[in-house]
Design a protein around this ligand. Structure first.
Ligand code: SF4
Length: 364
């Protein structure tokens, strides 16, 4: 029997996304919904964002009122990697397309509670580093607010978290997250803070929130929806992605294996090394590859090229050429290395400008 686990604090086993949809009570993102939402983004069409809650209601609200809010943040405990980058670039496209208000909560406190060995100071340091990266990726502060929980928390958010905490019981938290008595009370309290982040635009701006997350974060949305009902607020909607494959071929990049992910601060040399070591869906020899073709469905090199850099049509073409044996893994890897090195080099330059902006924002 396939046993797998997906929670905000632990992901393991071979993930069955269909089962996850059923177990979590999600709905599939299908063509008609993409049409109705009027946002034919490549990551929706390629089913990277594969599941949702009430996206149809957000589409309807937008048709009637011309606005909604997006909530998408970071649990900061390390530098961001390509999975975070992909999600955040999607968020920025979404914000731009709909001119939506964006709220970005950075929850280094959650990681501090959850991760053994992570000091408070390091969690905070990564929170700032992550914000710099998000600004370098194009975060526009005109229609955006952010909070770094232990640095810039305000009374409005904490007040909301207090109201929410009174409406969540310990047994709910244990049932939804699987927490035990041995875990610290910071972690038990955090769902209230997370729900406050999610509901903040609703309370402050009277806008329904669309939470854009990877699917392991869904329990936070479930708790927030229950609380929203109790507080007579719009229930938050969500758009949820699957996981970006790890370079070693695993279903999700692993924090314990530095070679399974590309980090935003990796050097050009390290990127080359990581990609050359990566697993592929190719055959053991060129001769067999040409005869039998490869398997792009299990290939992280295909996924990174297709999701990050190709257009939708280019990705489809790459898929066919891999299957037919026309494409060779060495060529694919070389192409990915060049594209990643170029992207990371340009990010490094943007980051220098972003550092100054973030210092000013934090002073303010
Ligand atoms: Fe992956 Fe490219 Fe090899 Fe196909 S040819 S298996 S896409 S690396």
């Amino acid at each position: 029997m396939n046993t797998f686990k997906v929670t905000p604090y632990s992901v393991s086993g071979k993930i069955d996304y269909d089962k996850l949809i059923k177990d979590f009570g999600l709905r599939l993102v299908d063509e008609s919904l993409i049409d109705d939402f009027d946002f034919p983004h490549k990551l929706l069409k390629m089913k990277y964002f594969f599941a949702h809650r009430d996206l149809d209601k957000i589409a309807q609200f937008y048709k009637e009122h011309g606005r909604f809010a997006i909530v998408s943040g970071r649990g900061a405990s390390e530098h961001i990697h390509l999975g975070h980058t992909l999600l955040f670039k999607f968020v920025l496209d979404l914000q731009k397309h709909f001119n939506a208000f964006l709220f970005v909560p950075i929850s280094e406190d959650e990681k501090y509670f959850a991760k053994q060995g992570l000091s408070f100071e390091d969690a905070r340091k990564y929170a700032i580093e992550n914000l710099v990266d998000l600004v370098a990726l194009g975060l526009d502060m005109k229609n955006t607010e952010f909070v770094i929980d232990t640095l810039t928390m305000n009374a409005k958010i904490y007040g909301l978290a207090a109201k929410i905490a009174k409406r969540i019981t310990l047994s709910t938290v244990k049932a939804v997250y699987g927490f035990s008595n041995e875990q610290n009370i910071g972690l038990h309290f955090f769902p209230a803070m997370q729900a406050a982040h999610i509901l903040y635009p609703t309370v402050e701006k009277d806008l329904p929130s669309l939470v854009v997350i990877s699917v392991d974060q869904d329990p936070h949305v479930r708790v927030s929806r229950d609380v929203a009902e109790k507080l007579k607020l719009f229930k938050p909607a969500s758009l949820e992605s699957r996981f970006l494959k790890g370079l070693s071929g695993e279903e999700k990049m692993s924090a314990s294996d530095p070679y399974s992910s590309i980090y935003i601060n990796d050097s050009a040399k390290l990127v080359r090394k990581k990609v050359w070591r990566a697993f592929t869906g190719g055959q053991p020899t060129v001769k067999e590859q040409k005869k039998l073709g490869g398997n792009p469905d299990i290939c992280p090199i295909y996924e990174y090229n297709a999701l990050f850099f190709d257009t939708f049509d280019e990705a489809r073409n790459r898929y066919q050429r891999c299957k037919s044996g026309e494409l060779l893994c060495g060529d694919c890897k070389n192409e990915l290395i060049k594209r990643l090195q170029k992207f990371l080099e340009s990010h490094r330059k943007e980051r220098e400008k972003a550092e100054e902006k973030v210092s000013k924002l934090l002073e303010e």
